[in-house]
Design a binder for this molecule. Structure first.
Ligand SMILES: [Zn+2]
Length: 442
């Protein structure tokens, strides 16, 4: 049994590798046709096997196989995070439990956690694409630190395994753990000289500062690539981080419920995983479908998930999809991520995405990379690190004007000492979402 089991698994991975190469060579119309061929079967599978969809899609005629177009799909109800919470842990399980090979979960601010699980086939089907992406970024000569959380999530293991397949030397430091705190990561980077690091952008910033404050020269590490994930980041902040470390930036995008949803190519384009998901974009307030090239909430329907199929799942992520063909030749469209709708800043008379405020503030010359938002004060305030102290007030005024112009909201800009907020950031999983609350918390 053991030998056959191993053979079956190796055969499955080979099949997914071959299928990936086939899909990567499709034209855009061919990929569109393939997606629409997979859709009716995927809906019928979910309706037949998932307890959630047996109840919500039970009335579909022909068992769901009549859902053959985006217009048909739009008649089906959305699936929300609340649906997942209400059915925690196994209310969306569509296979026999003994077929599961990986389980993870994430916690929201209230109620049950949401769970996620996959079969070996789900895991491999996604992982071969991660390997393909990382092969364009790293080679077997690279040493890469994986400094994102391994606990209860899939991304770290997914990236770790793919790096291994590429031949990279993997250093699994994790994040926010007792074995490898940031101080140790810094010392290890000095000793081992990684050429790549996987972490959030803000963490890369903090690591740079920790080097400097210890009197170390960050350029002696020889870092070549920052592969950032887990946090959205404005173009201006990314530029500052790339300049500090003198690295190339690549990113990936995903969710615990689905694993990877978009992966980079060698041109840095973030390609959607359209071989495994059908994507829609909707207005997050009214739920009305938008043109994919408009900014809105990403909604996905799984086309190939066995363990946990999802139909019209509202991810809560604000994105824009770009259908401009990429020079790499992949038929998959690309995506820009602007942050989570639930993490927008609510202000009197409206709301604004954190990333828009960040871009407006940090694009002003004379600002550093650190800032903290205070949306509890009136007017809302932003503390920025001013690097040009000679005319600090001019920089702060320019920040206020820049935010007002880009977001239509008058912020009060203040000069902050970054050492005050660094400590708060070091306790956070996503230090880029720092607000005044985190600084005030003991
Ligand atoms: Zn590309």
């Amino acid at each position: 049994m053991g030998k056959q089991f191993m053979l079956n698994r190796a055969t499955a991975r080979l099949k997914f590798l071959r299928d990936m190469e086939r899909v990567a060579a499709l034209s855009r119309p061919e990929l569109d046709a393939e997606i629409l061929t997979m859709l009716p079967n995927a809906i019928a599978y979910a309706r037949h096997n998932s307890p959630l969809y047996r109840s919500t899609l039970g009335g579909l005629t022909n068992g769901g196989t009549a859902i053959k177009s985006l217009d048909h799909l739009r008649n089906l109800p959305f699936t929300t995070k609340d649906d997942l919470r209400a059915r925690y842990p196994y209310g969306l399980l569509a296979v026999s439990p003994d077929r599961l090979m990986r389980y993870g979960e994430s916690t929201g601010t209230t109620g049950n956690p949401t769970s996620a699980f996959m079969t070996y086939e789900d895991w491999e089907r996604g992982n071969v694409w991660v390997e393909r992406a990382l092969r364009q970024v790293f080679t077997d000569r690279d040493t890469v630190f994986v400094a994102i959380p391994y606990e209860l999530a899939f991304a770290a293991y997914d990236i770790d395994r793919a790096l291994e397949a590429v031949g990279v030397t993997v250093v699994p430091t994790g994040t926010l753990n007792q074995v490898c705190p940031w101080e140790r990561t810094v010392e290890m980077m000095r000793a081992i000289h990684p050429t790549g690091i996987v972490c959030t952008p803000t963490r890369a910033l903090r690591l740079f500062d920790m080097f400097v404050s210890r009197g170390y020269d960050p350029s002696e590490v020889g870092l070549r690539v920052l592969f950032y994930t887990g946090e959205t980041c404005s173009p201006s902040k990314l530029k500052k981080i790339a300049d500090l470390w003198n690295v190339e930036l690549f990113t990936a995008f995903g969710a615990t419920e689905t694993n990877s949803l978009a992966l980079p190519c060698r041109h840095g384009t973030l390609h959607l995983s359209e071989d495994r998901y059908l994507f829609e974009v909707i207005d997050p307030e009214t739920s009305v479908p938008l043109s994919p090239t408009e900014r809105g909430e990403l909604v996905l329907t799984s086309l190939a998930s066995e363990a946990m199929p999802l139909v019209r799942y509202r991810t809560g992520d604000i994105v824009r999809i770009d259908d401009t063909p990429c020079a790499c030749g992949l038929p998959h469209r690309s995506i820009q991520h602007f942050g989570r709708y639930s993490e927008r800043i609510l202000l009197q008379g409206g709301s604004v995405l954190r990333m828009d405020v960040e871009e407006a503030a940090l694009s002003v010359p004379g600002t550093g990379s650190y800032y903290v938002l205070d949306d509890e004060s009136d007017p809302p305030a932003i503390g920025v690190e001013v690097t040009r102290q000679a005319d600090a007030q001019a920089v702060l005024t320019a920040v206020e004007n820049s935010i007002a112009k880009a977001c239509g909201i008058q912020f009060k800009a203040l000069d902050i000492d970054k050492s005050l907020i660094a400590q708060a950031m070091d306790r956070m999983l996503k230090p880029g979402s720092l607000s005044i609350r985190h600084v005030r918390e003991p």
